[in-house]
Design a protein around this ligand. Structure first.
Ligand code: GTP
Ligand code: MG
Length: 391
C-alpha cells in the first residue's frame, strides 16, 4: 500500500505550492477520525435508481465503521498498487494516460496526410478525425482553417499538422488551466465536490487530500454522500490513507447536516482545507439538485464565503453528455471549476477542449488513472503536446 509521505514531491506539489514535511507530521498528529456508526458494505453491480442515483446491489455485508480494517467495495476502493510516480516523470505518465486519444488522432493524421497534397477532401477527413476525438466543431474548424492557409495544393508533413494541432489546442486551454489555490485566510478553505454518478468525486477527494496533506496542510474530508454505506466507507479509506480527518455520519443522514457539522468543526480546529463529498446525481433529477442547493445554502449560512470552490467532476468517457452536465451543475450549484477524470479510458479526450472552448471554466486537474498520484494539475501546453504526441 502506498504511503503519502513516502512519495516524491510531484508536479502537483509545485503547482499547488509546497509545504514542509515536518508541518505535515505535526498536523497529522492532531488529526483524528470521527467514527460513524456501523457501516454496511455494499458492492457488486450498480443499477440506476428511479430517483437518479445509482444503487449498488449488496454483495458483501459486514464491517464496523472506520479504521484499517474497513473494507472498501471492490469497484471503488483506492487501488493498492504502487502509484506510477517513480516510473518516469509526470509528463510521460500524462502522455501514457492520454495515449488512447493521442494515438487515434496521430494515427489518423499519418493516414490522412502522408504523401498527399492538402485539398478539400483531406481537410474534411482531418476535421472528421478531430470531431471524432470530441474536440468540438469550433476548435476543429479553426484548426483546419489554419492548416489550409497558404498550403492548399501543397504537401504537408504529419509532424507539421501535429504541431499546428498542439498550438491550437493550447490556445483554447491556456486560459482555463488554473491552480486550485487554497487561500490561507480561509480556515478552512471549503471545496465541495459535485457531479453525476461515478465520475470520480470520491476518488478525486482522496487524491487531493493526499496531495494537500503532503504539503503540510491540515485536511478534513466530509462524507456528504450519505446515500450509500459503501460511499461513506470508501471516503474513510481514502481519507485515512491520506492522513486527513474524516467526518462521517450514518447512512441516510442529512447531507447538508454533515457538511454543516464538518465546517463547524474544521473552523473550530483551524483546518486549512475541508473537502466535502456529495452523492452522485444525474443532472436532470430535480429533487437531488435541490438537495445539492441546500448543501450550498447551509454552508453559506455558516460562513458566507463558503463553499470557496464548487468543483464539478466530469468523466471524460461520457463524451458530449459531460457538456450538458456542466450547463446544469453550473446553474444549480454555482460550479467554480472542473476536474476531468478517466482521460486514460477514452479516445475522445478532446471533450476537455470542447468544454474549455464553450464554458471557459477553470480546469484544476485531470485524472489519468486510479492511483493516488494519477491526478495531475492541468497544464495547457503539456496536455496539448501530449494529445498531439502520438502516445
Ligand atoms: N481509469 C480511471 N479511473 C478512475 C479515475 N478517477 C476515478 N476512477 C475510477 O472511477 C470509479 C468511480 O470513482 P468514484 O470516485 O467512486 O466516483 P464518484 O463520483 O464518487 O461515484 P458516486 O459516489 O457513485 O457518484 C472508481 O472505480 C475509480 O477508481 C481516472 O482518472 N481514471
Ligand atoms: Mg462517491
Amino acid at each position: 500500500m502506498s504511503q503519502p509521505g513516502q512519495k516524491s514531491r510531484g508536479f502537483f506539489s509545485r503547482i499547488l505550492g509546497g509545504g514542509s514535511g515536518s508541518a505535515d507530521r505535526e498536523h497529522r498528529a492532531d488529526q483524528q477520525t470521527t467514527e460513524a456508526g456501523p457501516a454496511e458494505i455494499e458492492g457488486g453491480q450498480a443499477e440506476e435508481a428511479t430517483d437518479g442515483r445509482m444503487i449498488a446491489e449488496p454483495a458483501q455485508v459486514e464491517s464496523s465503521g472506520t479504521g484499517a480494517g474497513a473494507v472498501a467495495p471492490e469497484d471503488h476502493a483506492p487501488p493498492e498498487a504502487e502509484p506510477k510516480a517513480g516510473k518516469g516523470g509526470w509528463f510521460s505518465r500524462l502522455t501514457a494516460g492520454l495515449s488512447k486519444t493521442s494515438s487515434k488522432i496521430t494515427d489518423g493524421i499519418t493516414g490522412i496526410f502522408t504523401r498527399k497534397k492538402l485539398d478539400a477532401s483531406t481537410l474534411e477527413d482531418f476535421e472528421d478525425l478531430l470531431l471524432q476525438a470530441d474536440l468540438g466543431v469550433e476548435t476543429a474548424s479553426r484548426i483546419t482553417d489554419r492548416l489550409s492557409k497558404g498550403r492548399f495544393d501543397k504537401g504537408i508533413a504529419p509532424a507539421d499538422v501535429r504541431k499546428i494541432l498542439a498550438e491550437e489546442v493550447e490556445i483554447v486551454l491556456a486560459p482555463v488551466a488554473r491552480r486550485l489555490e487554497i487561500d490561507p485566510a480561509n480556515k478552512p478553505h471549503v471545496i465541495l465536490m459535485v457531479g453525476v454518478n461515478g465520475t470520480g468525486k470520491t476518488t478525486t477527494i482522496g487524491k487531493l487530500a493526499a496531495q494537500f496533506a503532503r504539503e503540510g496542510k491540515k485536511v478534513m474530508v466530509a462524507a456528504g454522500d450519505t446515500f450509500r454505506a459503501a460511499a461513506i466507507d470508501q471516503l474513510k479509506v481514502w481519507g485515512e490513507r491520506a492522513g486527513a480527518t474524516v467526518i462521517a455520519r450514518d447512512v441516510g443522514a442529512d447531507a447538508a447536516g454533515v457538511a454543516f457539522d464538518a465546517l463547524k468543526q474544521a473552523k473550530a480546529e483551524q483546518y486549512d482545507v475541508l473537502l466535502i463529498d456529495t452523492a452522485g446525481r444525474l443532472q436532470n433529477k430535480q429533487v437531488l439538485m435541490e438537495e445539492l442547493e441546500k448543501v450550498v445554502r447551509v454552508l453559506g449560512k455558516f460562513d458566507s464565503s463558503a463553499p470557496h470552490e464548487c468543483v464539478l467532476v466530469l468523466d471524460a468517457t461520457t463524451g458530449q453528455n459531460a457538456m450538458q452536465q456542466v450547463d446544469v451543475f453550473r446553474e444549480r450549484a454555482g460550479v467554480s471549476g472542473l476536474v476531468m477524470t478517466k482521460l486514460d479510458g477514452t479516445a475522445r479526450g478532446g471533450i476537455l477542449v470542447s468544454i474549455a472552448a464553450r464554458h471557459k471554466l477553470p480546469v484544476y486537474a485531470i485524472g489519468i488513472g486510479e492511483g493516488v498520484d494519477d491526478l495531475q494539475p492541468f497544464d495547457a501546453r503539456e496536455f496539448a503536446s501530449a494529445i498531439a504526441s502520438g502516445g
